[in-house]
Design a protein around this ligand. Structure first.
Ligand code: AMP
Length: 403
């Protein structure tokens, strides 16, 4: 029997998201989520996707990632999809930070683990959780190939002119300070899917990808290669996000320290967790913000306007970086669902060849689709992202090559 299944694991500090896919046809066999690991109120939600099986939930204390993965393995086994199945080909792990070392998906061995660990100082929140997930999975199936797929990898093609901050070079290099970018798996998938939607090879098209979820980032993709992206050393830079500020004068931080008396950790929390849409209006869900705007709420309207203003600036900037743009693609929770955001983001950009057709923009659906008027110079598209499928596909392609 050929092993064609890939388990995709996305391990956060207190959560594990997973999907099991069959790479013969990229179908999904099961998916689930373990939340609040280490708390009394942990929850595992498992959904088998074969034969229309119903979701199952466990609400019991799950002490750590090892217990979480064991519980996931039990749930999968109950559906006949256990980790010991000979059909399981590999486990693909989402790893947030690969620094400059990892430019492509990588088969995990102890040297790779050591390098991911060495990158903890630049990704203190994410890499330790990713490492725990990998170590736990390796302990459960030491014989199985495990692959790390890095969020930063797609952006390693950025030229130095885009990747370097204009600060003292020695200081920057001593602390590995540069623009790495994130959401790379999504930007890779969506830019390729956009080329496909246009009936072209990725090497022929220039695409601006707008990944607008709770975290948000833009990228400029030239002929399939990323040449700029809006997130930087950390995911804090760039667009206005659900709870992150995105770009601002770095001197705001000195001011908050000197005049506001705030500590480094307090400022970190302010900018990452209490800023962006939630800081501006108290809500980070675009549905709620739109509802409040419809009721005449001024704060919600201002938050929306600031969000759109920044988005527009990035569309313009990346237009200039690329010189020629074939498509602008909206993706992730907001990008795929919020028609008013898409409409407002390109409003007034007719001079750049950008426009949205109101009827097409109002259509909802899971398929990639064009929302620009027929014959438009630049295609505007909604392209749902699928990071799990991309991780599974990259994992499977790598192990097939190594067999
Ligand atoms: P993500 O991080 O990609 O899962 O996106 C999550 C965000 O998408 C939420 O915080 C909402 O702001 C937004 N979102 C999800 N569904 C909708 C919708 N139907 N309309 C508008 N925004 C949505």
């Amino acid at each position: 029997m050929t092993a064609t299944r890939v388990l995709v694991l996305n391990s956060g500090s207190s959560s594990v998201k997973y999907q099991l896919l069959d790479m013969r046809d990229s179908s999904r066999l099961a998916m689930g989520l373990v939340e609040r690991i280490g708390e009394e109120t942990s929850r595992l939600k498992h959904t088998p996707l074969t034969d229309g099986g119903a979701s199952r939930e466990r609400t019991e204390p799950i002490a750590d990632h090892e217990a979480a993965l064991k519980a996931v393995a039990e749930e999968l086994a109950e559906d006949g999809l256990g980790l010991d199945s000979p059909e399981l080909a590999a486990i693909g792990h989402r790893v947030v930070h690969g620094g400059q070392s990892f430019t492509r998906p990588t088969l995990i061995d102890s040297a790779v683990l050591a390098e991911i660990e060495r990158l903890i100082p630049v990704a203190p929140l994410h890499n330790p959780a990713n490492l725990t997930g990998i170590r736990t999975a390796r302990a459960l199936r030491p014989d199985l190939p495990q692959v790390a797929v890095f969020d930063t990898a797609f952006h390693t093609t950025m030229p130095e002119s885009a990747a370097r901050y204009a600060i003292d070079v020695e200081t920057a290099d001593a602390h590995r300070i540069r623009r790495y970018g994130f959401h790379g798996t999504s930007h890779a998938y969506v830019s390729r899917a956009t080329a496909e939607l246009l009936g072209k090879d990725p090497s022929e098209v220039n695409v601006i990808v707008l990944h607008l979820g709770n975290g948000a980032s833009a990228s400029a993709v030239e002929g399939g290669r990323c040449v700029d992206t809006s997130m930087g050393l950390t995911p804090l830079e760039g667009l206005v996000m659900g709870t992150r500020s995105g770009d601002m004068d770095p001197a705001v931080i000195f001011h908050l320290m000197r005049v506001g008396g705030m500590s480094t950790d307090e400022i970190d929390t302010l900018l990452n967790k209490k800023s962006g849409l939630i800081g501006l209006c108290g809500d980070n869900d675009m549905r709620e913000i739109r509802r409040r705007i419809d009721e005449g709420d001024e704060r919600a309207k201002l938050a929306f306007d600031i969000y759109i203003h920044r988005l527009k600036k990035y569309i313009g900037a990346y237009y200039a970086v690329l010189g020629r743009v074939d498509a602008v693609a909206f993706t992730a929770g907001v990008g795929e669902n919020a028609a008013p955001v898409r409409e407002a983001a390109v409003a007034g950009l007719e001079g750049l060849g950008l426009a949205v057709d109101g009827d097409l923009n109002a259509v909802r659906g899971d398929a990639p689709r064009l929302i620009s008027p027929a014959g438009a110079r630049v295609a505007v598209a909604v392209v749902p992202t699928d990071e799990e499928l991309e991780i599974a596909a990259q994992t499977y392609a790598l192990i097939e090559k190594n067999i």
